[in-house]
Ligand binder design. Structure first.
Ligand code: CA
Ligand code: CA
Length: 709
């Protein structure tokens, strides 16, 4: 290996980028072309410590000035730093930049800048490779300053030899994450930054493409958190769509007729809620990961990792408000919207009269709705690196969109488009975010103030309640584990997971929710669903609650499989999901369904079994405008979830609640659940993996191999 110029800079830059983006959920920063203010060296969100790592080994600080291994023509160590507000004038290059380090004794070390270049897809950020001075021994913290001509940056802190010591921060020094302070503006932050003009442009591009194809459709645009920013109905567009996949017509939601506008909103919202600066997913991606096999159609493979996610962020939810009308969508034709590499919303197209799931990922079908959605997002595309088709799950490449070359007819002016804006959904800009910045356990993130500060549980009554301090500890431990867990669904490779962490008490009351910076928003609702599912099924009242709510048939089926649902078993969501598949064991063809699932003959993603049956009545009522919880069971107000990422919590052998995690791969969600629940775990003897159903051991948790960064 040699440190030739350009050595893997792109990969290194992208590793650093993921760190920068810890502070970049809400911002818009445009460097001026004529630079008059100094550059800004980027720090972590909660300190003046630099975002920095060894440019060869990618190790983080502390750094030694001299490498024990000779990678190139010398053994000096190079460190990668990042700057904002730095625009080199034509003809200038790295040699016009200087970095100096000052130690505790006020010795100043000039450092050579060997490389300066833009960060891919982040034109506001510059990456720098700086060669350390061999005279820098075990100094502890030094303060680094960047100079460009007569302009000087802030100073950031880096540990040489060891962390700590060094000079105090400069007077007035503040953290400088990729945000210029707007990250701290709290309640004034918006859910992405789409403007009215941009919403109109996206709709115009969609409608112009649809008109050129003579296919009138309904177009919806949503912001980062799935607030509707406008719905446009073309003249002649079908007013309704029919929910239909495999399975028996009339069962579950199969055959249900829904307004096309609500389908379009659900598709746009899915693009919004699934996508981040680290991954861009579409409704086609969603359809791939919710079916009875992964990949769909491949026998003897277990179900999709997000099996059941379609029934989350529902309009009846008490957590994600507003929800998406039909839940998350798997009907191709919903794409995320990006600006400068940042996820800012989604667009959804409905117009073919069917709301479905792609059952065959092999045929490269190009549905009209997906063609039009791809035309809509021209100029707002997701960065190629983070698209679903650059993300592999268990070695399987996820789909993104089947449209490589969207139609691009001349764009008709918004005011001349054939059709009208739907009165209920006028055009508007990105809405206020439901989240405000917060830091838990040293980890940056966001909270909904309804669920922060964290509170104590109220169930079960008695001495074993979770205290607010314990909830804080549990969530902090989970966040700290997530920060060191290698992400499954984020680019660049080597990023850490970003998840939402929820803790509930034994009756499903939310005690706290913390969303890591840039965690996908769908996990907000799902993390609570997962926690409530573990608490509910592990509770002594589970069977009785289901029976009294009219779902006794499922209790009987569980009983026939030897499961009493009476509080003697600690059920993780991985276990409940395993019992809620149309095959038992999961994915094994020619077997009977699990006790909570529809049998395969009438099964579909719209007729899954208990999960849907619990919510069906109230979901349909809420789509019609009723203000009702998703189920009639008080401890399950936003329904249950049936893919992994939660465990029940115990004190002194008493069930006190559960923790739920959502946002990355499900094995990652499991290990983060376990870390959060450490000290409150069920005793080994009552875990679900001590149970056998039809001779098969149930799972409890599954961790990723070599999980940590
Ligand atoms: Ca459709
Ligand atoms: Ca297909």
């Amino acid at each position: 290996m040699s440190l030739a110029p350009g050595y893997s800079f792109r990969r290194l830059i992208l590793v650093g980028l993921s760190l920068i983006l810890a502070g970049a959920a809400v911002f818009q920063f445009r460097p001026s072309s004529a630079q008059t203010t100094g550059p800004i060296l980027i720090s972590h969100a909660d300190s003046t410590r630099a975002i920095a790592f060894d440019s060869v080994t990618q190790h983080r600080e502390p750094f030694n000035a001299i490498s024990s291994i000779r990678f190139g023509s010398d053994n000096h160590v190079r460190v990668m730093l990042f700057a904002m507000n730095l625009t080199l004038q034509p003809g200038d290059n790295a040699s016009d930049l200087n970095v100096e380090a000052e130690d505790a004794a006020h010795n100043v070390y000039p450092l050579t800048v060997e490389y300066a270049g833009p960060v891919p897809n982040q034109p506001w950020a510059t990456s720098l490779v700086v060669r350390l001075n061999p005279g820098m021994d075990d100094l502890g913290d030094v303060l680094l300053r960047l100079r460009y001509k007569n302009l000087s940056s802030n100073r950031v802190r880096v540990g040489i030899g060891h962390l700590g010591g060094g000079l105090p921060d400069d007077e007035g020094a503040v953290p400088t994450p990729g945000s210029i302070g707007q990250i701290n503006s709290g309640a004034t932050a918006t859910a992405g930054n789409l403007t009215v003009a941009e919403v109109e442009k996206i709709i115009s591009q969609a409608v112009s493409a649809a008109a050129s194809l003579s296919r009138p459709v309904t177009v919806a645009v949503t912001d980062r958190e799935a607030n509707v920013l406008g719905v446009f109905v073309m003249t002649g567009a079908p007013g309704t769509t029919t929910i239909r996949s495999v399975g028996t017509l009339g069962r579950g939601l199969e055959g249900t007729i829904a307004p096309a506008s609500l389908a379009a909103i659900s598709k746009a919202g899915t693009g919004s809620l699934f996508s981040t600066t680290g991954n861009a997913f579409t409704t086609r991606t969603a359809g791939f990961i919710i079916q009875e096999h992964l990949p769909p159609g491949i026998d003897f493979r277990s179900g999709g990792p997000l099996y059941g996610v379609q029934f989350s962020s529902l309009p009846c939810s008490d957590i994600k408000m507003p929800g998406v009308p039909l839940g998350l969508s798997a009907d191709p034709g919903g794409l995320p919207i990006y600006k400068d590499g940042v996820a800012v919303g989604g667009v959804g197209i409905e117009g073919d009269g069917i709301y479905t799931v792609d059952r065959d990922p092999r045929d490269d079908d190009q549905p009209i709705e997906e063609l039009i959605a791809a035309a809509a997002v021209r100029g707002f595309e997701a960065p190629p690196l983070i698209r679903g088709d650059n993300i592999l799950v268990d070695g399987v490449r996820l789909p993104y969109s089947n449209i490589a070359n969207p139609p691009a007819p001349a764009t008709i002016a918004f005011g001349s488009l054939p059709g009208a804006v739907l009165g209920a959904f006028p055009i508007r800009a990105a809405q206020l975010s439901a989240f405000v910045p917060a830091n838990v356990g040293g980890v940056s993130g966001e909270v909904d103030t309804r669920f922060f500060p964290f509170i104590a549980g109220v169930s079960p009554a008695g001495p074993n309640l979770l205290s607010a301090t314990e909830v804080q500890t549990i969530i902090a431990h989970a966040a700290q584990q997530s920060n060191i867990t290698r992400a499954a669904i984020r680019q660049p490779l080597g990023s850490n997971a970003r998840v939402t962490i929820a803790v509930v008490d034994a009756a499903g009351k939310v005690l706290g929710v913390f969303r890591q910076q840039d965690a996908p928003v769908f996990g907000f609702d799902v993390s609570v669903q997962k926690a409530r599912t573990a608490a509910f099924f592990s509770n002594a009242t589970a069977g009785a609650s289901l029976s009294s709510a009219g779902f006794g048939a499922y209790v009987s089926r569980a009983s026939a499989d030897g499961l009493a649902l009476g509080g003697t078993v600690a059920f993780s969501d991985r276990a409940i999901g395993f019992l809620h598949r149309p095959f038992f064991p999961d994915g094994i063809n020619n077997t009977a369904a699990g006790p909570f699932s529809t049998e395969l003959g009438e099964w579909s993603p719209f007729n899954v079994g208990l999960q849907l049956d619990l919510i069906k009545t109230n979901l349909l009522a809420s789509i019609g405008g009723a203000a009702v919880p998703c189920t009639s069971i008080p401890s399950l107000p936003n329904g249950i979830q049936i893919f992994p990422g939660s465990i029940p919590l115990y004190k002194n052998g008493v069930l006190v609640g559960a923790i739920g995690i959502s946002g990355d791969g499900v094995d990652q969600d499991d290990i983060i659940s376990a870390a959060g629940g450490n000290g409150f775990s069920p005793s080994a003897g009552i875990r679900s993996d001590q149970c056998f159903v039809r001779g098969v051991r149930l799972p409890f948790l599954k961790f990723p191999r070599s999980p940590n960064l």
